[in-house]
Design a protein around this ligand. Structure first.
Ligand SMILES: [Fe+2]
Ligand SMILES: [Fe+2]
Length: 304
């Protein structure tokens, strides 16, 4: 049963909290997150719940930072880049994600599809003419199907959380940076300098990012020949790259196109966070509009 609780102030709080990028409040990615309130409107203010939440987030990042190496990312891109697992439409993927992702978060009493549609609809209200951006809002998290058994049921650390480049030094602004010390790349001279295997202004397209739902969904969109503009693909690919779009790190790797696209990513990100509210969406009502956008920018069936 769904209990709707009006909590207008909390929406603002979520956005503000992310602004100061404190170590202990990192969200495990928009829509698949440690919520600020549970479905009965209780906040996580009591000490035990709060400290438990922090330590599980910290544990998550420890595992993530130790295992996301240059070699791991290369292997995953090769393995998943062939897209030979499933054939389905974008909407079918929304439904698949909806079915199972929510189970992992008992306090988030809201179907995953609503987070996607809340993001999309919030953007649509403010940018009515940028239909590509509405669709980007809908599909940006679909890569989380990597958690599903038919995609190998990848562990959370290989699917969600903030992303960062591998193959060069891990910037201090990446959350829980201290755990990189246990990553084998940390002491590898080929990978631990400012530029590592990259060069100034080489473009993010040439930079390997830690593996997760962002890069996977980008690969799906690109390989299935989506006609989304470059800014849409950029948003999908880098929306969890907080060190870049929040802290301004790694700008030395960007090219001119990245600089342009980053402007849109910053706009998008506000909606991704803000939409984690209790605004309910009537899925059936808005579905025809999004089906028309899917038809415009994607083939009927996609390889995943
Ligand atoms: Fe999201
Ligand atoms: Fe995401």
């Amino acid at each position: 049963m769904t209990v709707i609780v009006e909590q207008p102030e909390l929406e603002v709080e979520v956005v503000e909290k992310k602004d100061d990028v404190e170590e202990n409040e990192l969200l495990l990615d928009g829509g698949f997150v440690v919520p600020e309130t549970n479905s009965f409107g209780q906040t996580f203010r009591d000490y035990n719940a709060e400290s438990e939440r922090q330590s599980s987030v910290e544990q998550f990042y420890r595992t993530n930072h130790i295992n996301q190496t240059y070699d791991f990312v290369k292997k995953m891109r090769e393995e998943y880049g062939v897209l030979n697992r499933v054939e389905m439409s974008i909407w079918e993927c929304c439904e698949l994600l909806n079915e199972f992702v929510d189970e992992s978060d008992p306090d988030l009493d809201e179907p995953q599809i609503e987070h996607l549609l809340q993001t999309a609809e919030a953007i649509r209200k403010d940018y009515p003419n940028e239909d590509w951006l509405h669709l980007t809002g809908l599909i940006h998290d679909l890569g989380k199907v990597l958690l599903h058994p038919s995609f190998g049921a990848l562990p959370q650390w290989a699917v969600v959380g903030d992303t960062f480049p591998v193959g060069c030094a891990f910037d201090e602004s990446v959350v829980h940076h201290k755990y990189f010390k246990e990553n084998p790349d940390y002491n590898n001279p080929a990978y631990n300098t400012k530029f590592g295997v990259y060069s100034e202004g080489c473009g993010l397209n040439n930079v390997l990012m830690s593996w997760g739902h962002d890069d996977y969904m980008y690969l799906v969109a690109k390989e299935n020949k989506s006609t989304l503009p470059s800014a849409g693909l950029f948003i999908i690919r880098y929306h969890s790259f907080y060190a870049l779009h929040r802290a301004g790190a790694y700008e030395h790797l960007m090219n001119e196109e990245d600089v342009e696209n980053l402007k849109w990513l910053k706009i998008f990100n506000k909606y991704d966070l803000y939409s984690k509210s209790k605004v309910r969406i009537d899925v059936e009502e808005v579905k025809p509009y999004y089906l028309s956008l899917i038809k415009k920018y994607f083939p009927e069936k996609l390889k995943w």
